[in-house]
Design a protein around this ligand. Structure first.
Ligand SMILES: Cc1ncc(COP(=O)(O)O)c(C=O)c1O
Length: 412
């Protein structure tokens, strides 16, 4: 299966699929938004790191230098993926943990009279983290709403809440429930005009399209490598000059340097090496023309643009086919969105459909996926719906199986 991208370059999905050992069990994976399958190269990077001489970071022994190289390379790789300065890349256990820590750190500079804005479109990791931090210092939290009919988050909904009291706006780069991609540059510009900061949850978005953190004007941008073919860890970019101004809780002997100041304890070297390998893999989704190899940032932009085209085509096909089913509602409607569809079928329990599909090798989970606010705003409560998400290894045969198995469910 070869897909023509909107710009130049194609991704060869058949070739990509051969790199995923887990696909050999034959399942069609529509569960990428919860965590993608892992290419062999990423697993090998983790293995190689754990089996080479390895010590704490340093400059004297090969073991120390190996650890140092892994860290430097992972920061540079994430910098390439996000279009960001590697000096602002902080690694941690997960986006949730990093955001909880940063929220607590930023809140040290707030007090009564200060305000934080969160949105009803966001995953709870970018809502409750800020609510808890604000509560601790007596700051006020305000909620920006999205339109449940269109799925759009109008920047004006944030604009009407902004004031000189605003300290921070936490907003998603894309909804993990319905895929909506808000207009970040416009939102950031409005937020900066009142002197506040923008914290972007890029976890869902990063897996699907090219990113330019500088153009998005985000002050912070969080992501999780396990959503883009990498291992289970988290990373957040913060503008280095901003990070310099912050005082996270830390141990006495640990360094005051940025970004290490924010990285509590010993770093997960093997997961960082796996992250670098995942970014290299993404950069090569569009194979280079023979004889010329562009820099990794350029290759990432070409590959992620091609991936966006591929996933968008499959998403459009799934949507068209889903509309033939009785009582179907597709909640994903925004003009700009990732290939992540939230679906319900009137009179049918999403968990029951999910089980039917899962038992037949079609992995599409049901729930609200920690998108607590959006699921409730859509009237779906904690139950949510069936989520059908795409990843680089999905192809038309996966879609054929999804539709065929849904046919079987409704014929039964
Ligand atoms: C949009 C979004 N934000 C945040 C998270 C939390 O990420 P992590 O598991 O790294 O804490 C997720 C995970 O599902 C997500 O989809």
């Amino acid at each position: 299966v070869t897909t023509q991208s909107r710009s130049s370059g194609t991704i060869d999905v058949s070739a990509i699929r051969t790199r995923f050992p887990s696909l050999r069990n034959g399942a069609a994976h529509f569960d990428g938004p919860g965590g993608t399958q892992t290419p062999d190269l990423v697993a090998r990077a983790v293995y190689d790191t754990l089996t080479m001489p390895l010590a704490n970071r340093g400059t004297i022994t090969p073991a120390e230098r190996n650890a140092e190289d892994v860290v430097v390379q992972a920061r540079v790789a994430l910098g390439d993926l996000l279009g960001a300065d590697p000096a602002g890349i902080v690694f941690g256990r997960s986006m949730t943990q990093l955001t909880m820590d940063l929220a607590r750190t930023l809140a040290k500079q707030w007090g009564p009279g200060d305000e934080v804005i969160v949105t009803r479109l966001d995953h709870d990791a970018n809502v409750r983290t800020w609510v808890l931090a604000a509560q601790t210092v007596g700051a006020r939290v305000r909620f920006a709403d999205f339109d449940p009919d269109t799925g759009e988050l109008d920047p004006a909904q944030i604009g009407r809440l902004l004031s000189p009291a605003t300290r921070l706006v936490a907003v998603t780069a894309a909804s993990n429930l319905i895929g909506t991609i808000p207009d970040l540059p416009t939102i950031s510009e409005m937020v900066h005009a009142v002197g506040a900061r923008v914290y972007v949850d890029g976890v869902h978005y990063t897996a699907h399209a090219p990113i330019d953190v500088v153009a998005s004007r985000a002050d912070f941008f969080a992501c999780s490598p396990y959503k883009f073919l990498g291992p289970h860890c988290g990373a957040v970019y913060g503008r280095p000059e901003l990070l310099e101004q912050l005082a996270p809780d830390k141990l006495l002997p640990s360094t005051h340097e940025v970004p290490e100041r924010f990285e509590l304890g010993t770093l997960p070297y093997e997961l960082m090496a796996g992250t670098t390998a995942a970014i290299d893999f993404l950069a090569d989704l569009v194979p280079g023309t023979s004889g010329f190899r562009a820099g990794r940032r350029e290759r990432l932009i070409a590959s992620m643009t091609a991936l966006e085209g591929h996933e968008d085509r499959l998403r459009a096909r799934i949507e068209t086919e889903l509309r033939q089913f009785p009582g179907v509602t597709i909640y994903s409607r925004a003009a700009r969105r990732t290939p992540t569809l939230l679906v319900t079928f009137a009179g049918h329990d999403s968990q029951q459909i999910r089980r039917f599909l899962g038992e037949r090798g079609v992995n599409a989970p049901a729930g609200s996926f920690y998108a607590y606010e959006p699921s409730h705003r859509l009237g779906l409560g904690d139950a949510g719906g069936l989520r059908i998400g795409l990843a680089p290894y999905n192809d038309d045969s996966d879609v054929d199986r999804l539709i065929k198995t849904l046919d079987e469910y409704f014929d039964a």
